[in-house]
Write a protein that binds this ligand. Structure first.
Ligand code: PLP
Length: 386
């Protein structure tokens, strides 16, 4: 019995502690976590960087200050994010959806001065559960029976250049895209599509909004997924792995847009707080090194190779496997096989997430080892067999 709103199908085990890539349950089970709180716990559990940041913050006696108050890590984190992305200015919030809300609000405000009010989003997109974020999410299930969602949004077939060209018009103010779609099924943007977006945005003066909430902060082996494509979004949204378990959102806005934003235009009570900016700064600094990101790429290649092999061995059950860095999906022939495998994996000690009813998503902590990747894929194989 509990008093939780039934917005989730809750697990039948209780977690009591975490170490590295493992969760420990109240009934003494050790589970290899290839969900990482849905691509959030980038440094896994009990990581010294996160622990030390927490301890250092406790010593100041402060966890929260108002948005207008300046402090060391708010400025340091904004600088680090800016220098490693589009050199823009940063608005801090608490979650992915909030960073999307800020992005949409800023894009719409920018467009209002130019008489443009249409946004192009992608099919299979997911940008969060708030009403504004749902307006650019394609999944109808998430926006049924809640009345109209705001904005004039058109949905372009993901990776379809000719469809994109058809949708763009004089009223288009922004294109929003996850370069690797998470909730939509681990769909990877093609180089051709990214190039077309880049060219269209440049020639038609359309803002590019890169949703890096799931694919960013090292998840794909680059600090942001868009860096695989030679594009440079005007607005970037970040959250999830940025705090490695501490709630934070960030919207990074190129200076030619941010300069129109005036005091009071937007705000967030908890955004940019002392605790979360200190932790995120230290997490980002730790992840954003050549050696760390290279290791993600190398381990991602191993995961990809092992999943492809598994596909070859289980062609009757698996349709496809997709992987970029440490963000992977196994697409099954039908929902039944997917659910059965997903449940067996949990029973056999591997945590994952089930998306679109027939795709198992793997997003391990970025600190995952080769041994743990081997072990995880062995558990998937075992779960497919028995
Ligand atoms: C690409 C993407 N955008 C936005 C969101 C929303 O983030 P949050 O759940 O923190 O609001 C998510 C969450 O899964 C996501 O994957």
């Amino acid at each position: 019995m509990n008093n939780l709103l039934k917005t989730y199908k809750f697990s039948n085990f209780k977690v009591i502690k975490g170490r590295g890539c493992y969760l420990h349950t109240s009934d003494n089970k050790k589970l290899l976590d290839f969900s990482a709180g849905v691509a959030v716990n980038s440094l896994g559990y009990n990581h010294p960087i996160v622990k030390k940041s927490l301890q250092d913050q406790i010593k100041t006696g402060i966890t929260h200050l108002s948005g207008s108050q300046m402090h060391e890590f708010k400025t340091k984190l904004s600088k680090l994010l800016s220098e490693n992305s589009n050199k823009g200015d940063v608005f801090f919030s608490n979650s992915g959806a909030e960073s999307i809300e800020a992005a949409l609000k800023i894009a719409r405000n920018y467009g209002s001065k130019k008489g443009k009010d249409e946004i192009i989003a992608m099919t299979s997109s997911f940008h969060g559960r708030t009403i504004g974020a749902l307006s650019v999410g394609s999944n109808k299930k998430y926006k049924t029976d809640i009345g109209p969602v705001p904005g004039k949004v058109k949905f372009c077939k993901f990776n379809d250049v000719s469809h994109l060209k058809k949708l763009v018009n004089k009223k288009t103010i922004a294109i929003i895209i996850e370069f690797i779609q998470g909730d939509g099924g681990i769909n990877i943007c093609s180089k051709t599509f990214a190039k077309a977006i880049k060219d269209i945005c440049k020639s038609k003066k359309i803002l590019l909004i890169g949703d890096e909430i799931q694919g960013g902060i090292g998840r794909t082996g680059k600090i942001f997924a868009y860096k695989h494509y030679g594009v440079n979004p005007d607005i970037i949204t970040s959250a999830k792995g940025l705090g490695s378990g501490i709630p934070i959102g960030a919207t990074i806005v190129k200076k030619y847009i941010s300069k129109i934003i005036s005091t009071g235009f937007h705000g967030s009570t908890f955004g940019g707080g002392m605790l979360q900016t200190r932790i995120s700064y230290n997490v980002l600094k730790y992840i954003n090194t050549k050696s760390f990101l290279n290791k993600v790429l190398i381990n991602g290649k191993l995961l990809s190779r092992l999943l492809k092999k598994m596909h070859d061995n289980h062609i009757d059950k698996i349709v496809d496997t997709r992987c970029l860095g440490l963000m992977a999906g196994i697409e099954f022939r039908n929902n039944e096989i997917a659910l059965k495998t997903y449940n067996k994996m949990a029973k056999n000690g591997l945590i994952s997430t089930l998306i679109q009813d027939k795709i198992i998503r793997l997003t391990p902590p970025l600190i995952v080892s080769k041994n743990e990747i081997n072990k995880a894929t062995q558990i998937v194989a075992k779960s497919l067999r028995n």
